[in-house]
Design a protein around this ligand. Structure first.
Ligand code: HEC
Ligand code: HEC
Ligand code: HEC
Ligand code: HEC
Length: 410
């Protein structure tokens, strides 16, 4: 899939043109990327989630409009499908007005759209196309959606589902009503559209790779851009369609959880637990265990063992248990040793591989009492970022964190 061009384009939100025009509030989200609930790994990253979003969006009046810029789907795994389903239910429950499907919705071709039939708005669709509208009226605006064909996989039939800028422009209505555009694609295509058509409001999805990289406000060509935060961590709210400032409402811990989701999340956890046990059988068949376990290392490296036991790494699995997530594969991968790679299987089967262990960093055991088989390179500090990443550890700085776990011999 050709994402790079899309990522380079800082997708944003632009306003211009038209006389002052008041209307309903507009709520803007996008790029949930399967995020349904904060992981709880850090206070600073504790943002977003369906339960908070749902209670915040209750403040939406009947005239107000909620649009989503797409890319809400999780990975097309079994667990991912469960997450996408929850987001789909959320969009329906809080009455999403329109969604521009993003590349993630096309992972399984147009079938993904059929499976989660939202009010898709995609003006540059070509036939055949299962669901979606080419334009929509709401809030005194005529709404259009443009997803660049360049964002879908090249060399497959995917590209034929969408047409280019010229075709899109030809499909714009001739009506007098002010227009709004939901856009995702390269800057050049946005420019080409704006050179020929006037929009009261343009909302553009943000494709920053991570929260660290996202910039929520910037100007381009004298026009103001605003972006809704990634991963549903906040909702961008415009007082009306001529609000050039907008405001991000961050969904922090002080936003209450909407209780209606409790049962659904319980059901989700149960389904994930089922997946865990099914995968467990598979991973046991994958081959013999290669991880030795921390105690095995410590039998020779006593000094290192003493330091390690006092770190939070040693207790990382307890943290999962304390929130009832010891059966969630997506959590275990950073909270145990060698999960799904011939190490940790389950707490019962491999009780000695819980937590972040020696082998998470040093690689699994190979005999080296007479020296390492090859010249040993110092570990790369980037290895920390494999887990200390994004909202899992927003405060992470090697220089501040490393001293807390350092265990070199004097
Ligand atoms: C990408 C790796 C990664 C994944 C995936 C991950 N965690 Fe974490 N988790 C971390 C790191 C790193 C920390 C320590 C953060 C820090 O202190 O900077 C942490 C800390 C925690 C803590 C301790 C918080 C505290 O303050 O005591 C809990 C609880 C936790 N994670 C739960 C979860 C749950 C639940 C999931 C799955 C939904 C999960 N984690 C998935 C990396 C991860
Ligand atoms: C049977 C004893 C024994 C076991 C078990 C063992 N080691 Fe070692 N290890 C040694 C010896 C001996 C050396 C070389 C001398 C030294 O550096 O302490 C060494 C060296 C190392 C070094 C390199 C130190 C340096 O100076 O470069 C690392 C890293 C290391 N071991 C990690 C591990 C890890 C991780 C495990 C468990 C997976 C482990 N060892 C298990 C005995 C052992
Ligand atoms: C396999 C995933 C993983 C890797 C790799 C990893 N960590 Fe961690 N780290 C965690 C998890 C998970 C926690 C939280 C443990 C808990 O409290 O549950 C954590 C917690 C910590 C903490 C405690 C934070 C605090 O505020 O007390 C420090 C310090 C730390 N890690 C440093 C490092 C450093 C330095 C590296 C790289 C050399 C590293 N970690 C590599 C997963 C990892
Ligand atoms: C979070 C990652 C991490 C964990 C967990 C970890 N180490 Fe290390 N270890 C490092 C880093 C980083 C260094 C220093 C750089 C290097 O030697 O590559 C190091 C150094 C070492 C050394 C070399 C000491 C020296 O003086 O050069 C040994 C031996 C060692 N670790 C053993 C262990 C053992 C045994 C455990 C488990 C009890 C363990 N480590 C857990 C990251 C880790």
């Amino acid at each position: 899939m050709n994402w790079s061009r899309g990522y380079k384009l800082a997708l944003g939100l632009i306003f211009w043109g038209g006389a002052a025009w008041a209307g309903p509030q507009v709520f803007v989200t996008g790029d949930y990327r399967g995020e349904i609930k904060p992981c709880g790994c850090s206070k600073e990253g504790d943002l977003g989630g369906i339960e908070r979003g749902s209670s915040f969006l209750k403040t939406k009046g009947p005239q107000d409009i909620w649009v989503d810029l797409g890319n809400f789907s999780a990975k097309a795994t079994e667990q991912g499908q469960l997450k996408t389903r929850l987001l789909y239910d959320y969009f329906r429950q809080r009455k999403l007005f329109a969604a521009l499907p993003g590349p993630l919705e096309f992972q399984k071709g147009v079938d993904g759209l059929r499976r989660f039939p939202l009010p898709y708005l995609i003006t540059n669709q070509q036939r055949p196309f299962p669901v979606g509208a080419r334009n929509k009226q709401g809030g005194g605006l005529s709404w259009y959606g443009y997803l660049s064909p360049s964002l879908l996989s090249k060399g497959t039939h995917q590209t034929v589902w969408l047409s280019d800028v010229q075709n899109f422009l030809a499909k714009l209505g001739k009506e007098k009503t002010p227009k709004a555009l939901l856009f995702r694609g390269p800057k050049t295509e946005l420019r080409a559209i704006l050179a020929q058509a006037k929009f009261q409001l343009v909302l553009v999805g943000n494709q920053a790779q991570s929260e660290e990289e996202q910039v929520l406000r910037f100007t381009l060509g004298g026009r103001r851009f605003l972006k809704p935060p990634l991963k549903g961590q906040g909702v961008l709210v415009l007082k009306d369609v001529s609000d050039h400032q907008g405001q991000v409402h961050w969904l922090k811990a002080d936003t209450p959880n909407d209780k209606v989701w409790e049962k659904k999340f319980q059901a989700y956890n149960q389904a994930v637990e089922k997946i865990f046990f099914a995968e467990m059988e598979g991973s046991q068949k994958k081959g013999k265990r290669v991880y030795k376990g921390a105690e095995g290392c410590i039998s020779c490296h006593k000094r290192q063992g003493k330091v390690w036991r006092a770190t939070r790494h040693a207790k990382a699995f307890d943290s999962l248990k304390s929130v009832g997530k010891q059966f969630d594969p997506e959590c275990i991968r950073c909270h145990a040793a060698g999960y799904q790679s011939r190490g940790f299987v389950s707490e019962e089967i491999t009780p000695d591989l819980v937590g972040v262990q020696c082998e998470n960093c040093h690689g699994f055991y190979r005999p080296h009492e007479k020296g390492w088989p090859e010249k040993r390179e110092k570990l790369n500090r980037m290895l920390c970022k494999g887990c200390h990443t994004g909202s899992h550890s927003p405060k992470f700085k090697f220089s501040a964190y490393y001293p807390k776990i350092a265990h070199e011999n004097p």
